[in-house]
Design a protein around this ligand. Structure first.
Ligand code: GLC
Length: 402
């Protein structure tokens, strides 16, 4: 079996962390399989995948293609026009890129091309050598994004199968890909050794420039700066907590992706902190390379996405660290959690409900312990590499030509 994986970025957001675990799982389960990765920008993913013994080549996207995103399309004719103009500007560099990618894939002639991001789904479909099957690994909803949905729909006939990271994303993919393409829901795995209750932890206060403090309960939102990750919901919920509550909050993460317009800026967030009267009570750590070191330093991990979360890797990572997680319950996130048992949940964007969960957890150390312990058991049972590799194996095998 030979598989080439295509990733649109070498940065490690959720989809790339999931890809890394997938590769680690396949490496362990099938040491004889040939696995290779092509990434469209350099970044930490490259060294981490190479460390698994999987060769990586960086074929950088031209800048215009890297920056092209569909965020904001559909909200007004002006934005649509700007988007179309940018698409026109990208056409030539994209064609040149396609030629180089096709060349690489032809030289490899893999059984399967596994694409791990929207741009790569399309480019992989166009660049595919005739005997290679294309497998789209969907990490996000496509149906509600008009441009993406149209691109995927038009190219679905090049794709032999789809993997979705949750049942919720699989349902969405059916709306886009139709009935012809088999769609498999396969949950992600997490690295249960890295994301574990014991291990190194960073000094959140020192990193955020806050004075050292004891006897505080530390709650943190761990997320990229994508607009829908709910930073505002989190900050507004904090602002409603009684001032006497011994709690300190952290925003852990930073902008990761290059697509313009899709992320909140640090300036917007610090401004909001000030306007809510939260100065000195919220620390910003910036991007933390190994988020397990931040999670272990927290007492409560918060997930606050305002849109349905396709999967919610952070939820499972927090569980694996044995930390209580408060999760915004919509989409794939509802499949991963059992509220009251291994997590607390609240409806997306519901500031008051999130504040209630936080207050309960800050006041009750035994609740934190119980949820954290149950979370670790859930992670070990359902989100291990072996389970993921076991579910993927028959899918690859069905795609490889004999
Ligand atoms: C994407 C999704 C997120 C998921 C991750 C890994 O980033 O938005 O929900 O956890 O991919 O599948």
């Amino acid at each position: 079996m030979s598989i080439v994986f295509l990733s649109p970025t070498g940065q490690t957001g959720g989809a790339e962390a999931a890809l890394h675990e997938l590769l680690a799982g396949l490496r362990q389960s099938h040491p004889s399989w040939s696995l290779r990765l092509i990434v469209a920008s350099d970044g930490p993913l490259v060294a981490r995948v190479e460390a698994l013994g999987v060769p990586v080549r960086v074929l950088p996207f031209p800048r215009s293609l890297a920056r092209l995103g569909d965020w904001g399309v559909g909200r007004g004719w002006w934005r649509r026009l700007v988007f179309l103009a940018r698409c026109a500007g990208v056409a030539l560099p994209a064609l040149q890129y396609l030629r180089r990618l096709r060349h690489m894939l032809q030289a490899d002639a893999p059984d399967v091309i596994h694409t791990n991001g929207l741009k790569m789904h399309v480019l992989g479909a166009w660049a595919r050598p005739r005997r290679s099957a294309v497998l789209w690994h969907l990490h996000d909803y496509a149906a509600r994004r008009p441009v993406i949905a149209r691109l995927l729909r038009r190219n679905a006939h090049h794709c032999s199968a789809v993997i979705a990271n949750s049942r919720s994303v699989a349902d969405d993919a059916r709306l886009v890909c139709g009935k012809e393409v088999p769609i498999h829901a396969v949950w992600n795995a997490v690295d249960l050794e890295r994301f574990s209750p014991s291990g190194p932890r960073i000094d959140l206060d020192a990193i955020s420039g806050l004075p050292a403090a004891h006897d505080l309960v530390r709650v943190g939102l761990v997320a990229t700066f994508a607009r829908w990750k709910g930073h505002e919901t989190f900050l507004r919920a904090l602002a409603t907590l009684p001032a006497s509550l011994p709690v300190r909050a952290y925003i852990i993460g930073g902008p990761v992706y290059e697509t313009s317009g899709s992320q909140v800026s640090m300036g917007e967030l610090t401004h909001l902190v000030t306007s809510l009267g939260l100065d000195g009570r919220v620390g910003f750590t910036g991007f933390v390379q190994d988020s397990s070191t931040a999670m272990r330093a927290l007492d409560v991990v918060v997930h606050a996405s305002t849109d349905p979360e396709p999967f919610g890797l952070v939820i499972v990572e927090a569980m694996a660290c044995g930390k209580p997680i408060v999760a915004s319950l919509a989409g794939g996130a509802t499949e991963l959690t059992e509220p009251g048992v291994n997590a607390l949940g609240f409806p997306p964007g519901d500031v008051a409900a999130l504040a209630r969960c936080l207050e309960d957890l800050v006041r009750d150390g035994s609740l934190r312990q119980r949820l954290g312990d149950a979370g670790r058991s859930t992670a070990e049972r359902y989100f291990n590499r072996r389970r993921m590799a076991g579910e993927l194996t028959p899918i690859y095998q069905s795609l490889a030509t004999p």
